[in-house]
Design a protein around this ligand. Structure first.
Ligand SMILES: [Ca+2]
Length: 316
């Protein structure tokens, strides 16, 4: 009888311990998830690498020690890796089975009648990384089904900035001492403007510019064809490269590749006359205009971003 009582007491104790442990776990997981802050560790993004549902595989980048950032937009908290505390305007993670890599991508909406888009960046100094003078930036891009430049509209796509909040964008011309930028550019095709076909290139504020606005340097070849256009609904993997010029010398470089094929090079750019201007940021700027606005509700999808000190190359 005493044995039986001891067993019952022991069982009760065990049950109590299990109950307390279960409650403890429940309490922990029901709290708000902490948003990690601080600079991202290069090559330390658990979202990336390995075989991906979307078919694109970046595992060949896993062993590289020059990768500054990889983002495959697999989580709603993607923006923390960019040093942000909240998702930028008009962005959302979409998981609809059509991602370029994995099962998530970033959708940037451009509402009818508006200019934005979105604007955020990977600001090297803010992320604890010395501002470079050359950098590679790769992203996958897909124009949405209602995307159009009909009527002549164009605007900005992701690229590089060294504006320092002073000059080199937005009608604030560069003079070599104040700032520069080389964002992406989109514009209407030479023919078939209603088709959604969209020319792409660099939109560059540089020290040799005349007037108040940047130069349009369009790309062509490779997957863009002779007309240099992207089509709706198709993923393209863009990689852009900038090398700042020797101060005062026309030896700065801009290059672009689409799906691993080079589609642009310019090697005589003068971004700066002083050595205190560097690559301040990788600038994720989606802006319709100019002065014109989006003629319809539109969006662009992005995925498989990488920033690195050496050529990245396409996903496999
Ligand atoms: Ca993805």
């Amino acid at each position: 009888m005493r044995c039986a009582m001891r067993l019952i007491v022991l069982l009760c104790l065990c049950f109590t311990v299990l109950l307390v442990a279960a409650c403890g776990n429940g309490g922990g997981s029901s709290g708000a998830s902490a948003v990690p802050d601080g600079p991202a560790d290069p090559g330390d993004d658990p979202d990336d690498g390995g075989s991906a549902d979307g078919g694109a595989d970046d595992s060949h980048l896993d062993d590289r020690d020059d990768i500054v950032l990889r983002d495959s937009f697999e989580t709603d908290l993607w923006y923390a890796d960019w040093g942000l505390n909240a998702a930028p305007q008009n962005t959302e993670i979409v998981s609809d089975g059509t991602s370029f890599s994995g099962n998530g991508h970033l959708r940037v909406a451009v509402p009818a009648g508006g200019h934005y888009g979105t604007s955020f960046g990977y600001d090297f100094a803010d992320m604890g990384v010395d501002e470079p003078d050359e950098v590679y930036f790769r992203y996958a891009i897909r124009l949405g089904p209602t995307w159009t430049t009909e009527g002549g509209g164009g605007g900005k796509l992701p690229g590089f900035g060294g504006t320092y909040g002073v000059a080199g964008w937005g009608g604030r011309p560069s003079d070599g001492s104040n700032g520069w930028s080389a964002r992406g550019l989109f514009g209407p095709p030479e023919e078939g403007g209603a088709s959604g076909d969209t020319r792409v290139g660099f939109y560059c504020y540089h020290a040799d510019m005349t007037g108040d606005y940047g130069a349009n340097w369009y790309w062509s070849g490779g997957a863009l064809g002779a007309q240099g256009v992207m089509r709706r609904g198709q993923w393209y993997q863009v990689e852009v490269y900038v090398r700042n010029n020797t101060p005062g010398v026309n030896d700065g470089i801009l290059r672009a590749w689409v799906d691993g094929i080079q589609v642009y090079e310019k090697a005589d750019v003068r971004f700066r006359d002083i050595d205190t201007l560097h690559v301040e940021r990788v600038w994720f700027d989606i802006y319709y205009g100019g002065t014109w606005t989006a003629p319809a509700d539109m969006y662009i999808d992005f995925d498989a971003v990488a920033i690195a000190w050496e050529y990245i190359g396409p996903s496999r």
